[in-house]
Ligand binder design. Structure first.
Ligand code: DX5
Ligand code: ZN
Length: 226
């Protein structure tokens, strides 16, 4: 069970301090790159990622909500992001792109918007390291969790299990202490949390509480290896 706080809900004027606040408790820092084309919002890009990489030891999980990831995503891996997720809806050649990310030393993630089915990507699972399943429409933090994606999480977990792939399933959007139980039970093992971590007085404690809830929910459940 891994927790990846999203700095989308952090103070953008103090990003390195905000990452440091969770560095002892989180597994990753999740960085949302938005280009105002793939999604109707604009955040940050490679120069900011490069600057933050110099100031944190937490592995960086870059979530690229951008058009033309085939062109832009490898640069994030080359800069030192340990995980780079591009969207299935935007990639022109997902297999080539995933291979480029891996050969640049990153884990390759495939992102799926709420209405994008996972089955179409079943044959790609050997080429990737993580499936990111959006549980809100991408673009903004603080939205309500969409329960309609839970059957897709379950199907993704079944595909991973049947094929014996070592692919993580990440849930992103509306994850909090209550919804994380349903996500973990359905089969997610990496949890992105923005507002439920950074819109609190104690982000580190919020991460610890999320991890405890996810671990509790997943113990002995159907998909956990015994
Ligand atoms: C939304 C981003 C998320 C966002 C989640 O498009 O991909 O990572 O930060 O924020 P919360 O946890 O507040 O829903
Ligand atoms: Zn994200």
């Amino acid at each position: 069970m891994q927790i990846a706080p999203s700095i989308l809900s952090a103070d953008f004027a103090r990003l390195s301090e905000e990452i440091a606040a969770v560095a002892d408790d989180a597994d990753w820092v999740h960085v949302d790159v938005m280009d105002n084309h793939f999604v109707p919002n604009l955040t940050l890009g490679l120069p900011v990622v490069e600057a933050l990489l110099k100031h944190t030891s937490l592995p960086m999980d870059c979530h690229l909500m951008i058009d033309d990831p085939d062109r832009w995503a490898p640069g994030y891996a080359e800069a030192g992001a340990r995980s780079v997720t591009f969207h299935a809806e935007a990639a022109r050649a997902p297999v080539r792109l995933a291979r480029a990310l891996r050969s640049a030393g990153a884990r390759a993630g495939l992102g799926l918007k709420p209405a994008t089915p996972v089955e179409a990507y079943a044959d790609l699972l050997p080429e990737i390291d993580m499936v990111l399943i959006m549980s809100v429409e991408p673009g903004f933090g603080g939205q309500s969790f969409l329960d309609i994606v839970l059957p897709k999480v379950r199907r993704a977990r079944e595909l991973v299990r049947e094929g014996e792939h070592s692919v993580w399933i990440q849930m992103d959007g509306g994850v909090d202490e209550e919804t994380i139980l349903r996500c973990a039970e359905a089969g997610a093992d990496v949890f992105v949390a923005g507002s439920s971590v950074y819109n609190t007085d104690d982000p580190a404690d919020a991460v610890r509480r999320l991890r405890a809830r996810a671990t509790e929910a997943a113990n002995g459940c159907w998909w956990r290896p015994t």
